[in-house]
Write a protein that binds this ligand. Structure first.
Ligand code: FAD
Length: 407
């Protein structure tokens, strides 16, 4: 790799997590590069104001208070908040097959909002605008095609054959991470045999700045509040996770039939559904890398773990990875250590793995609890939800966990 360009840290993948990490690293003074296969011009393109369901991106994230704090630290939250986004003040979760219901209020928790719904592209756009003003060398429109290791130096091969080397390579290249596979970090994974249908709807009633989620034995349906630039609060992003056969059936319906199915499932909480956008379906798979690090290499975000979207935690876990890796690398820099220092990487793994595993186990527990129709389980979840709803401190702890305030 003698003629390759060399960096302290190379980040592969400029999605929500990779671009945030690269920005944070350059602010710490590391010589950083980011490689992303999409074009930066496309990522940073302006979006038209939203007036119909088709103007919103169907991929949105419920960004927790903790993730928001990271993005603010990186200097990009103002830019995200300057685009359309929707802070939500309440969340209602109920069992469609029973009587259990639980309601969370920001005011009860003494916070301004429980989180903010943001279109994924607006987050990445704000991060790329930040990168443009930073020292990060961005290789956009560039696909990584391999991992290279030579004379104790790590690096990557780009399409066209060019190589880049670094003390530390961080893979943020998503759930199907090729980097993780090339480096040889095994995963534990299983198929949920479910697909998440995502789309945008317009409802006759306003969403009341509330995230709505109804559970049924075939999977959860979430209505996440959106807000147009003009302040129209009749739009929601839908995440409807269903067993694969049922998801295929729903995807094949005409719009009018799909709307009827949605109205019935959400029990018309927001009145009638007046319009629905194009639908997309994502197969759901749980995946967890057995190790996040090895010499000269680390995984973050979906490259390290993917979970069921039922609690909207995937990107938030990725942002916790970014926060912790930035903390450990800042400490390394202050102590004059190299970024690939074994203890630094081991500490990152130790601090993140337990937390990610706990969240994954909780999601699996939830999914199983609601997937079963036996009477004792139905009784347990309905009684449990009603009991939890009345128990202020425990309910507030659960909400604080979801907001990332305990991480
Ligand atoms: C239906 C659904 C709903 C969700 N809702 C929520 C939610 O409400 N809240 C939440 O926190 N999370 C949510 N998630 C999860 C969240 O979307 C993911 O966790 C998040 O997008 C992962 O970001 P990432 O940057 O790690 O990976 P990705 O977004 O997958 O980014 C990977 C990047 O790497 C690039 N790349 C890949 N391979 C290469 C290569 N070889 N060379 C160069 N570049 C490459 C890609 O172009 C991409 O830009 C949801 C997920 C789904 C499926």
């Amino acid at each position: 790799m003698n003629d390759s360009q060399s960096f302290d840290i190379l980040v592969v993948g400029g999605g929500m997590t990779g671009s945030a990490l690269a920005l944070g690293l350059s602010r710490q003074g590391w010589k950083t590069a980011l490689v992303e296969s999409a074009s930066a011009a496309a990522v940073m393109a302006d979006t038209a104001p939203a007036t119909t369901v088709n103007d919103f991106e169907p991929r949105v994230s419920a960004i927790s208070v903790a993730s928001q704090a990271l993005l603010a630290d990186l200097g990009v939250w103002a830019s995200i908040a300057g685009q359309r986004h929707c802070p939500y003040q309440a969340m209602t979760v109920w069992d469609g097959d029973g009587t259990g219901r639980i309601h969370f209020e920001a005011a009860e928790l003494q916070v301004r909002s429980l989180g903010t719904i943001v279109e994924n592209r607006h987050i990445v756009r704000a991060l790329f605008l930040g990168l443009q003003q930073s020292d990060v060398e961005v290789f956009d429109n560039t696909r990584v095609t391999g991992w290279v290791e030579q004379d104790g130096q790590c690096g990557i091969r780009l399409e066209g054959g060019r190589q880049l080397s670094a003390s530390l390579v961080v893979a943020a290249d998503g759930g199907n991470s090729r980097m993780r596979q090339w480096v040889g970090l095994p995963t534990r994974e299983w198929d949920y045999d479910q697909q998440a249908i995502v789309c945008t709807v317009e409802t006759s009633q306003t969403h009341q700045f509330t995230a709505w989620q109804r559970f049924s034995t075939t999977g959860p349906l979430a209505f996440l509040p959106l807000q147009s630039e003009a302040g129209d609060n009749h739009f929601c992003s839908i995440v409807w996770s269903q067993d694969t056969a049922e998801a295929r059936r729903l995807m094949a319906l005409e719009d009018s039939e799909f709307i009827s199915a949605l109205e019935m499932t959400i029990e018309q909480q927001l009145g009638q559904i007046k319009a629905v956008s194009r639908r997309f379906a994502f197969p759901l798979r749980q995946r967890h890398a057995k190790d996040y690090v090895r010499p000269g290499f680390a995984l973050i975000g979906d490259a390290a773990h993917t979970i069921h979207p039922l609690a909207g935690q995937g990107a938030n876990l990725g942002y916790s990875d970014v926060t912790v890796l930035l903390e450990e690398l800042a400490r390394a820099r202050q102590s004059g250590l190299r970024p690939d220092n074994e203890q630094v990487l081991a500490r990152y793994q130790r601090r993140r793995k337990g937390d990610n595993l706990a969240m994954m186990a909780a999601m699996e527990g939830f999914k199983q609890l609601f997937a079963r129709d036996e009477l004792p389980l139905r009784w347990l979840r309905n009684t449990g939800m009603r009991w939890l709803d009345r128990l202020g401190p425990l309910k507030n702890r659960l909400a604080a966990e979801a907001m990332g305030l305990n991480r």
